[in-house]
Design a protein around this ligand. Sequence first.
Ligand code: SF4
Length: 275
Amino acid sequence: MGWTERQRAMLNEMGIRLFQPDSHLVDRCATSDGKQDGSPLSPAERGPATRETRPSPPLSARPNATSPREAGDAQRIATLDWPALREAVASCRACPLCERRTKTVFGVGHERAHWMIVGEAPGEQEDVRGEPFVGKAGQLLDNMLSALGLTRGEAGPAAQVFIANTLKCRPPGNRNPEPAELAQCEPFLLRQVALVQPKIILAMGRFAVQSLLRSTEPVGRLRGRVHRFGGVPLVVTYHPAYLLRNPEDKARAWEDLCLAREVAVTQRAAEQIEA
Ligand code: SF4
């Protein structure tokens, strides 16, 4: 987002520090257990300062360019409203994952949420319930969101997030998604982002990042800075399932959430100034 001098001055008066895309957050955020955390990232953690992900093209330009779906099909999905999009996902048979799914996992949350959380693919419990991020990983995500005053439960758009996965059907045996499956499913996620119009996207895990940023770099090298997806600020962080296996990275995930919060607050403040 570009800032006018007037916006900069008013944000400064409000005590809101402007973020710069790809800059590193050095603010301290209180952790959920009340401690202070967040020493600046070391050069090794940051990776090369000039490293960039490939810029994401505008949402409207992506489906045809990146998906093997028939061009007309991707274009049709890009025009659907919420009910039609839900129906399209529920009846989709565009990739082999449809054969063994119990339920499609469309996503949950506020349809105009300020925060959009994008995960990877449904696991066993998600497949049964038709909801993303359930089980222990879901509980950890809920706790992380709660620490920021966010929820997947009923609330206004500033507090209730929208949660979606890159894949809407479970890969058998929880195997990794295939690139072709991600490509086939991508128009659904693109349309969800276009309908929600979030102020911040939190991409959790390698496959969410692959899908949204077109990057094969590891999460550890992409986190800690602000990316863009179709003009929407995007912060990369670890998937909760990864954090359950690697609790030593929870502090870094918290830094990422603090960065995302700063971006969201700044975006909202700027919009209020413009209104
Ligand atoms: S994973 Fe996506 S593209 Fe594949 S069948 Fe399910 S909804 Fe369709």
